[in-house]
Design a protein around this ligand. Structure first.
Ligand code: ATP
Length: 458
């Protein structure tokens, strides 16, 4: 099996690495080659600053020997396609890795790191060189500033990692001349599809803000993408959509999207590193601060809670919809908070940008009140040391004391995640918790090219 990792072929001006992968798969299938599994769309650390959009990279596995004539032909053709279809010079720094091995451990370890922290192209080259020295088949190209090699190698590691959780996405592509034009997707058909396929598709439509979520807005060739847990349901979902433009075709990907995989590591609260992703555990150190614009900040005291003692400043931004909850938190509440570390500057301290809050325990708040009378009403104090009396039944008591009454907090233990419109590619939707991933066997019809027809069946 030849594993091909590709990354960083696009820029904000256009193109998309998944689209190049779609073209490469078209080339492979139309030349009679067989894929080992669905192409894998890996989402890597979403908190690195030099990503174009969603920090995605793709791995394609094809059943061929790297050293064979076919292997050479494939590698040559893909190198050529990457060089001529990338936005080199406009912000793209393409990386491609071809790997044939039975030793997946080093590449999996590399991918696990790239998911939550910053790794260097040098580190990727070291992994690649170690494979070569061991006699495995490996070839790579790193164009531009060489950064793309990181995602290219990591996508391979993610694809072969035997992930416990994964999802799928069917991505439909536009005809060449359509890029840059508005996408005309019938909103009612998105809602109908969402309702018909729930819970096996997700993040199709934001009912709270009445927004279609399946289509991007940029000049890239992606027409739309539907995400979910079952490949067959995704193909059905695609056929339910009414889109008023012909599409070039579509491809199904397996992915780590919607799995929260980037937040699996506990961060060292005593030494938070900029651009890392993960979680910390601690108690709220002081009352949260609400800022103008609806953002809320609170400090978490993490001493004795895990990896390193220290205080972590957490930022909850208004668009996440988590600010009202954050404002109800109070000193002593025990939380687990997941997110990405924003670099500190001379103006702003280093903060954890919150991606979820798990309220583990709500601190008790009490008030002291006069005791209750035998008749059920509250007693009145008769003055210092003089006891209490009841205005209603006349009952009097001398040696009673004020009693502790628990104050309702309005916060319940549980998991709180951002509103759908603020979800990142890796955010795990609430309904996916406890869900088992779908089967990986490839469905008929997982790839179509040159359909030339719209999906408007209306
Ligand atoms: P799109 O979502 O449209 O594919 P993108 O957001 O994936 O775009 P890229 O253009 O691929 O952005 O840029 C991301 C760059 O960051 C790539 O060069 C990739 O190799 C690199 N990269 C990915 N993860 C890490 C990481 N953890 N540490 C360092 N570099 C990384």
């Amino acid at each position: 099996m030849l594993l091909i990792g590709i990354d960083d072929t696009d820029s904000r001006l256009g193109r998309c690495t998944t689209h190049l992968a779609y073209r490469i798969v078209d080339f492979l299938l139309s030349n009679g080659y067989e894929l080992g599994e669905y192409p894998f769309l890996a989402r890597l650390n979403p908190n690195i600053p030099w990503k174009t959009r969603g920090n995605g990279a793709v791995c394609i596995s094809v059943k061929v020997d790297m050293g064979s004539r076919d292997g050479e032909r494939i590698i040559g053709a893909i190198k050529e396609m990457v060089a001529s279809n990338s936005m080199i010079g406009y912000g793209a720094n393409p990386g491609v890795v071809f790997l044939e091995t039975h030793r997946y451990e080093p590449v999996i370890r590399f991918a696990r790191d790239a998911l939550w922290r910053v790794v260097s192209p040098k580190g990727a080259l070291q992994v690649a060189d170690a494979y070569r020295e061991h006699g495995d088949g490996i070839e790579y190209i790193a164009m531009g500033n060489g950064q793309g090699i990181v995602g290219a190698l990591a996508s391979i590691g993610m694809a072969v990692a035997g992930l416990e959780d994964y999802t799928f996405e069917v991505i439909a592509y536009r005809m060449d001349g359509m890029c840059g034009q508005p996408r005309c997707i019938d909103e009612a058909s998105v809602i109908a599809m969402d309702k018909a396929t729930h819970p096996y598709t997700f993040n199709n439509y934001d009912y709270k803000h009445a927004r279609v979520l399946i289509a991007p807005h940029g000049p890239d060739p992606v027409l739309l993408g539907v995400r979910g847990d079952d490949p067959g349901t995704l193909l059905d979902a695609l056929s339910m959509l009414k889109v008023r433009e012909p599409m070039d075709g579509y491809m199904l990907f397996r992915s780590n999207q919607g799995t929260n995989a980037h937040l699996a590591n506990m961060l060292d609260a005593s030494n938070l590193k900029a651009y890392t992703s993960g979680y910390v555990r601690g108690t709220v150190a002081s009352e949260p601060m609400a800022m103008k614009g609806g953002h809320t900040f609170f400090a978490l005291e993490c001493d004795g809670m895990g990896d390193g003692d220290g205080r972590v400043l957490c930022a909850v931004y208004e668009p996440t919809g988590l600010s009202p909850l954050a404002q109800m938190l109070g000193k002593g509440d025990l939380l687990e908070v997941g997110g990405g570390v924003r670099k500190g500057t001379s103006k702003h301290p280093k903060v954890l940008n919150v991606e979820y809050i798990r309220v583990i325990d709500v601190a008790r708040r009490v008030r002291y009140m006069n005791p209750i009378c035998v008749c059920g009403k509250r007693l009145k104090s008769e003055g210092r040391g003089k006891g209490y009396g009841c205005k209603h039944c006349g009952y009097r008591v001398r040696d009673a004391e004020r009693v502790e009454v628990e104050v309702g907090r309005g916060v319940e233990p549980g998991l709180y995640i951002p509103d759908m419109k603020a979800h990142r590619h890796l955010t795990k939707p609430l309904h996916r918790y406890g869900m088992r991933p779908g089967r990986m066997r490839m469905d008929l019809g997982w790839f179509r090219r040159h359909t030339g027809v719209g999906t408007d069946h209306g």
